[in-house]
Design a protein around this ligand. Structure first.
Ligand SMILES: [Fe+2]
Ligand SMILES: [Fe+2]
Length: 591
């Protein structure tokens, strides 16, 4: 039985790896256990983790007792202890799995070992994945959208907990299913609507505080499936009422449910405009395929092009054929040499659906025993496809540099797809307005940023002109960064960057160097003299007139740029007698 309202915390302090758990009853007969992963660093699971994360699981007590999701395996001791403060293993009747990614399904086998009578409830695909993951016999109920699991009436509250399932494929795994409790009006969505944000605050009390992380999480994980997001929301809208969204990561959404849902609709609608899209294929549960495909997709979205992520393994052949043949470009991973027949069949369908001269590109899944990437690239060449970007090779476990390279390759592909559209929009300004805008002038700068240490160290740079002082106290500046710039990913709230101010009498060399087109993941600083240890945010160019060392405080979105407001912590001029290079333009429709 669930204890009355209570919060408890247990801590397991490890060096640089603080883990804790908390639990609280948050609705009638409903309790959340949150595993708090304070220091989970960037690139550990998703490619933009900045504020740690939490893994949330839930207990619903009707006449029968159900648990929704478990936790990450690293929380084994803490999570099981916390769970068993609330219920005994023998009291658990059902384990509902929203999807089978290890951060939520990591402790399923432990529960089944403790009570082999627990019935696992999930989508067909989820149950198949669990079979492969836990290697234990288990009771199961396969559920589809619109089906119910009735937990019966809780004798204390008198509420009958009838759970409806809503299928939400691709949010963000192919097997994802939401659960809705008709008696509490709470929707359990796991990854969807979540955010990587670790604090003891249980709910979305401070919207401003969590907004940037909510947005960033959407961009990385949900944006590439914008169409699927809209489909899932249509299904949610048919539910009677939404009092709270019990998410699998971050604070539970209770105070501004409507706001968060509308944001998902707004962003997903923007991303699904127009009919041209790139299909990024992946193979679920194989190597690093899903994360690498997400990095490519994120890059494509940055260039304002549309993406459709496709799980080759679980798409039916009609759907696969339709999507591939309608795509402007198709990105394909390497697959296991010893693929099962089902996967072989799907791959056959994929290749048969390609159109002549369609853009294609390939990447390593790094699954351990992949078909060689070169034979895949050759096969596509022989089929007469056009190469959208050079094969993306992975020779070690993907690190930040590899994810960055994948993201940049995606951005290049997005720009390629949008080339015509972008040229057309450049010409569309009224010529008087264009010339008038062109009279706005700015300085010439190189913005740099670095992140990580040792093997995770990476850095980037871009030429900038739209920089302006924005506050006196504390000293602050704004930088406008086009959304498709690689350095944009470095300039999230809390991260550092450096503005290098170029000299009027000596700017051409740096200007030309940083203006050229770099290959995905290329080192922007090869053959450039830099000083690495005087600014925290990034490298200082030896040739610059002055530098400003900044930390991002907030970001404002415009249709094609992020306006980044940074607080300047430190700065220095190298030559007081020199002036800043100025940028005069003729027209205002490009830099
Ligand atoms: Fe997930
Ligand atoms: Fe997750």
């Amino acid at each position: 039985m669930i204890a009355p309202v209570q919060t408890s915390n247990s801590n397991l302090a490890q060096k640089n790896n603080r883990l804790s758990v908390q639990s609280q009853n948050f609705a009638e007969d409903s309790c959340a256990i949150r595993s708090l992963d304070w220091d989970r660093s960037r690139f550990d699971i998703e490619f933009g983790l900045r504020n740690g994360t939490t893994y949330n699981s839930f207990i619903i007590q009707g006449q029968k007792l159900a648990i929704i999701d478990t936790s990450h395996a690293k929380f084994e001791k803490l999570w099981l202890e916390e769970l068993f403060k609330q219920v005994k293993p023998q009291e658990i009747d059902y384990l509902i799995t929203s999807h089978t990614e290890p951060d939520h399904s990591g402790l399923i086998s432990k529960l089944i070992e403790l009570n082999p009578n627990i019935t696992i409830v999930g989508s067909k695909l989820a149950l198949k994945f669990i079979e492969d993951q836990i290697h234990l016999p288990f009771e199961r109920i396969e559920v589809k959208s619109g089906e119910f699991l009735n937990l019966g009436m809780n004798r204390n509250s008198g509420l009958e907990h009838n759970i409806e399932f809503i299928s939400a494929p691709n949010l963000h795994w192919p097997d994802t299913i939401f659960s809705y409790d008709h008696s509490t009006n709470i929707l359990y969505t796991c990854d969807a609507f979540g955010l990587h944000y670790c604090s003891e605050e249980f709910f979305d009390t401070d919207q401003k505080e969590i907004y940037d992380d909510f947005r960033f999480y959407y961009d990385c994980l949900m944006g590439p499936n914008a169409r699927s997001v809209l489909q899932a929301i249509k299904r949610i809208d048919k539910l009677p009422e939404l009092k709270a969204i019990a998410v699998g990561h971050g604070p539970l959404l209770k105070n501004q449910v409507k706001f968060w849902k509308e944001k998902y609709i707004e962003w997903s609608s923007n991303k699904s405009k127009g009919s041209e899209f790139v299909s990024v294929c992946y193979i679920s549960d194989y190597g690093y395929c899903d994360r690498l495909s997400q990095a490519i997709s994120h890059g494509i979205s940055k260039a304002d092009a549309q993406v459709q992520l496709i799980d080759i393994r679980s798409s039916d052949s009609q759907e696969l054929t339709g999507l591939i043949s309608a795509s402007k470009a198709v990105v394909i991973p390497t697959w296991p040499v010893n693929s099962d027949n089902e996967l072989k069949e799907s791959l056959g369908t994929l290749f048969a659906a390609l159109k002549p001269k369609q853009f294609t590109a390939v990447y390593d899944a790094f699954g351990g025993n992949d078909e060689p990437i070169d034979s895949l690239a050759n096969k596509l060449r022989e089929l007469g496809q056009k190469e959208a970007f050079s094969p993306l090779r992975v020779k070690t476990i993907p690190d930040p540099i590899i994810y960055q390279q994948f993201e940049e390759a995606g951005t290049d592909l997005g720009q390629l797809i949008n080339k015509k559209k972008n040229i057309a929009s450049m010409k569309s300004l009224d010529s008087n307005l264009d010339k008038a805008l062109g009279r706005l002038s700015g300085g010439l700068y190189v913005v740099t940023a670095s992140q990580g240490t040792g093997s995770t160290f990476r850095q980037s740079a871009m030429v900038a002109s739209w920089i302006s002082q924005a506050s006196f106290s504390p000293p602050g500046i704004t930088v406008a960064v086009a959304k498709d710039r690689a350095i944009e990913s470095y300039m999230q709230v809390g991260e550092g960057f450096v503005v290098n101010i170029l000299r009027e009498d000596n700017y051409q060399k740096m200007f030309r160097h940083f203006l050229k087109r770099f290959a995905p993941g290329a080192d922007r600083f090869a053959d450039v003299d830099i000083i690495s240890n005087i600014a925290e945010g990034g490298p200082v160019l030896s040739d610059s007139l002055a530098f400003l060392d900044c930390k991002v405080s907030s970001r404002l979105e415009t249709p094609d740029h992020w306006i980044i407001y940074g607080i300047v912590a430190n700065g220095k001029v190298s030559d007081l007698s020199s002036k800043t290079a100025v940028h005069h333009r003729k027209v205002g429709n490009h830099y």
